[in-house]
Design a protein around this ligand. Structure first.
Ligand code: ADP
Length: 216
């Protein structure tokens, strides 16, 4: 049976957003990026967005309480078919998600871990342009895009994210190692039968081919 509740884990720039978009259009599973939801709140200058931005711009995690509020609201509004990209990012978020999905009798059915060598990460991030409106990302080199060019999906200008700076990247990597790698250990302990590791260093189409075999 096709998987319906998927978590996509991996370090910054491992291609989570790209893969989530490919999966969403091939299988109709909604792509939920907590980073994109938070950036959209921030560009609309909502209370949540303004609070979140002070953490995001420093490369720090937004407090669990805020992220959990956003995720719970999303599920209540849209139902329990989803592909989470960037959530859960800490063991306490993972525990919350398990409890919440248990209460809905709709447990996770696949956990994908994208693996990428550390040295590759800053190179990819420095080449990345993002849309703050719809969450699309582009590679400057591969997609021949420049800052300010229209987003290929929604036509808003592409920008360099305010946390795609050398200093914030270092911090995001440290946080990934300290707080998010333990999420992989948590799932290996509690639901090892759902965890699949994928090499994310190859091209995005090859990564997608491997992922497709896991979903259908
Ligand atoms: P990347 O995977 O490239 O780091 P994201 O768009 O997933 O980018 O996240 C950007 C930022 O948004 C994170 O550095 C963090 O500040 C915030 N964020 C996103 N998801 C979460 C989460 N689940 N918990 C806490 N903060 C989050």
């Amino acid at each position: 049976m096709q998987k319906q509740r998927i978590v996509l884990l991996g370090p910054p720039a491992s291609g989570k957003g790209t893969q989530a978009d490919l999966i969403a259009s091939a299988y109709g599973i909604p792509h939920v990026s907590t980073g994109a939801l938070l950036r959209s709140e921030s560009s609309r200058r909502t209370d949540i967005g303004l609070e979140a931005d002070s953490w995001i711009s420093k490369g720090l995690l937004v407090p669990d309480e805020l992220v959990i509020r956003i995720v719970t609201t999303w599920i209540e509004k849209n139902g329990s078919t989803f592909l989470f990209d960037g959530f859960p990012r800490s063991v306490s978020q993972a525990e919350y998600l398990d409890d919440f999905l248990d209460s809905l009798k709709a447990p996770l059915d696949l956990i994908i871990v994208l693996e990428l060598a550390d040295k590759e990460i800053p190179r990819r991030i420095n080449d990345r342009l993002s849309c703050l409106q719809c969450g699309a990302t582009c590679s400057g080199k591969l997609d021949a895009q420049v800052e300010g060019a229209p987003c290929p999906r929604c036509r808003k200008p592409l920008v360099r994210r305010n946390d795609d700076t050398d200093e914030a990247i270092e911090r995001r990597l440290e946080i990934y190692r300290e707080l998010t790698m333990p999420v992989v250990d948590y799932y290996n302990r509690t639901s090892s039968e759902l965890v699949r590791r994928i090499d994310a260093e190859v091209g995005s189409q090859s990564v997608f081919t491997s992922i497709s075999k896991l979903i259908s």
